[in-house]
Structures are given as C-alpha cells and as structure tokens.
Design a protein around this ligand. Structure first.
Ligand SMILES: Nc1ncnc2c1ncn2[C@@H]1O[C@H](COP(=O)(O)OP(=O)(O)O)[C@@H](O)[C@H]1O
Ligand SMILES: [Mg+2]
Length: 298
C-alpha cells in the first residue's frame, strides 16, 4: 500500500517512490551508541508526517539528518528521488528543506531586527533576485509576517525578538523558514517550549501553511495530540527505531486501549494497539508483529 514505506530497490541507485523527501536506512551513532538505527521514512509532496516518540528516541537526530545538519553513519537522503549530500548540500538543496526548532529564543538572534532575521535567507538564496531594493525586501517581509498571522504595525520590521511573546517568536522563526520558499519544513517540537494556550495557534498555522502553500511537513514531537492535529502519516520511534508507521486516521481511530493519562506511555500503547488492529496497514518496524511486537513496544 502506498502509505507503507517502500522497500528500497536492491542495488538500484536512484529509484524513486514518488516521495518528495525520503530517508533510507539512516543510522547515526554517537560513539558506539546508535541514536538512530536503520530508520526509513518517506514524506509525500504536500504531506505531513509526524515522527512521534518518547524523549531520547532519536527524533531530533533524525530531523537533523533530514535537514542536512548532521551526517549519518549510514543511509541516504533523497529529495525528489535525487540523493542529497549528507551535509555539504548545494545552496538550492538547503533552501528546499528548512528547519524550525523547539525554542525560538535560541534560534533567533536577539540583537537582530525582524527585518534582518527574515531577509537574511532571502538575500543569501536570491529568492527576490540578485540585488532587491529595500522596499521590495520590506514588502516581502511584511507579507511573510502576515502569512504567519503577525500584525501590521508600522515599526514591526525594526523590532527585535525580545519585543514579541514566545508564540510570536515561534511565528517569526516559521516566517524566516518560509522566506526562502522551501518545499519541506522540518519542525522539531515546534510547540513544546510554548504555553499550552498558544500551542494550538502554532499548530493551526502549520495546517494552514500546508494547505495554502503546499508545504510538506516533517513534524517531530513527543506529543500525540500534535500529530493528531496536523499530520496525515505517523511514524512512532523508540530506541532509535521506527516501531510503527502508517496513516494517521488509522492510527488515531483504531480501537485504542489505554489511550489516556501520560501521552508518552500512551504513545507506546497506541503504537502497539494500532499496529495490532490495523495490520497490514501498519508496518511494524519491518519485523514480525506477532513475535516481536510486544517486546519492542512495551
Ligand atoms: N550530540 C550528541 N552526542 C551524544 N549523544 C547524543 C547527541 N545528541 C543526541 N544524543 C543521544 O542520542 C539519543 C537520541 O537523542 P535525540 O535525537 O535528541 O532524541 P529525541 O529528540 O527523540 O529526544 C539520546 O540518547 C541522546 O542522549
Ligand atoms: Mg528532540
């Protein structure tokens, strides 16, 4: 079925599955420890894939491989079926995959104005042509801010991150990513550092950007509610491996025993229940579910 991760064709080089972004058999080792262990995921054009799992599962490491920030010990990353260099990507390849981090306070330079934060990538990547006039850049910055639901105050471009709330700063970080017109947004726990009351607004924004801009999302989270709000595909990670993956509607609407209380515990229970209930819609880490499933998930 199309939602299961396609098998890698043996010795076939650049064969594609139609996915926009694919990670194949990625392994990342820190010392002798495999933080990510032979993981494959595929993100469709305009799709939203949620990678969910407990803390330490390897989610951020996987996100960084996708964005080209760290090189895996093994495995390949493909964009439009073409293999990307692990880290020394071309400028154009870097432009197409943008990342948003958990904490806007550490990802936005506090001494830079919003204009500078938003314009930097556009100027580097030439999104507005080689030498865009200042008013063209400003107009583009204002459109970006409107796109992420920020105000129209006259002085907004001259302000610095400190003048905004945490949720607004995360919107600015998202606007900065959008500034270079990426195809893929990799968002690593984009709402985890925010007040519960503003989390929903950021998730709604991601849903809207996907719909309106055709942006594909690779959304990393420990929170199943976040996946449920935004994603149409789910991959559950544990101990560096994918233990279950498939369509979100099956994942969330399969009979779910134990889906209450602590979401992290629930994630494991849900992964197991969904995998059991929906097989073969849910692949189970490539392993025989009946023999290995319980051992892997609990
Ligand atoms: N730079 C690093 N050096 C050594 N170990 C790391 C490093 N980054 C992450 N790890 C370890 O790799 C594992 C996965 O980490 P991470 O990808 O951050 O997980 P998650 O995002 O799911 O919480 C954890 O055990 C973590 O301690
Ligand atoms: Mg993480």
């Amino acid at each position: 079925m199309s939602h299961t991760i396609p098998a890698v064709p043996a010795a076939s080089g650049g064969q594609t599955s139609g996915a926009l972004l694919e990670l194949r058999h990625i392994t990342v080792a820190y010392g002798g420890f495999a933080a990510v262990d032979d993981v494959s995921i595929a993100l469709k054009q305009g799709g939203a894939l949620g990678v969910v799992g407990e803390s330490g599962a390897g989610k951020s490491t996987l996100a960084r491989v996708a964005a080209g920030l760290i090189a895996p010990a093994a495995g390949r990353t493909l964009l439009d079926g073409r293999e990307l260099a692990p880290i020394r990507r071309t400028r154009e390849q870097r432009r197409r995959i943008q990342m948003v981090f958990q904490n806007p306070d550490s990802s936005l330079n506090p001494s830079h104005t919003i204009r500078r934060i938003l314009a930097e990538g556009m100027l580097l990547h030439g999104t507005l042509g080689p030498h865009p006039p200042r008013d063209v850049v400003d107009a583009r910055c204002r459109r970006l801010l409107a796109m992420v639901g920020l105000g129209e105050e006259r002085d907004i471009l001259a302000r610095r991150p400190r003048a905004f709330s945490g949720g607004q700063r995360q919107r600015i970080a998202i606007a900065r990513a959008l500034a270079v017109e990426p195809d893929v947004l990799v968002a690593d726990e984009p709402t985890s550092a925010l007040d519960v009351t503003v989390q929903r607004g950021i998730l709604d924004l991601l849903v809207r950007l996907r719909r309106e801009q055709g942006l594909a999302l690779l959304l990393i989270t420990h929170d199943l509610g976040v996946v449920n709000a935004v994603c149409d595909e789910v991959a559950v990670m544990r101990h560096g491996q994918i233990v279950a993956d498939g369509p979100a509607d099956l994942f969330f609407h399969a009979p779910l025993a134990g889906y209450s209380g602590d979401l992290l515990a629930a994630a494991r229970e849900v992964a197991l229940q969904a995998a059991l209930a929906c097989k073969p819609a849910f692949r189970y880490g490539g392993k025989d579910l009946t023999r290995e499933g319980k051992k892997n998930v609990r």
